[in-house]
Unconditional design. Sequence first.
Length: 163
Amino acid sequence: MARRVFFSFHYERDIWRANQVRNSWVTKPDREAAGFWDAAEWEKVKRQGEDAVKRWIDRNLEETSVTVVLIGAETANRKWVNYEIKKSYQRGNGILGIYIHKLKDQNGNRDKKGKNPLDNFYIKQGEKIMYLSEIYPTYDWIDDNGYDNIGYWIEKAAKKAGR
């Protein structure tokens, strides 16, 4: 089954690492990445204000079944990543996190491990509070062999969400 996936990440800091993950996903058959900014588009939409950014995100989440949150050193503190997670949860997307800090950037450097942004959200089930990080899995791109396993992770997340 073809999957359309929304990739959420900290653009300025992690675009190089995010592109490595995205490219490994889209180079295989029946796969499409949604919500991927290029620098010119990002600057243009940002200049139009917050409502324009929200509309762009909302539009790119349409017809996706899974949101992959690519977690770098500062991802958990990013306003738009948190918005994308919230909207993905509200629309019923499967969600998963992937730590990307061990991937090398354009200068050959790795980064420090960041906080999981799924820890920023919780739901209440009666008196119990459950963080999204307890509900949705998080993997490490290097340690968990993301290149070979991303398709499996995405399919598992979609099925768990019933999508």
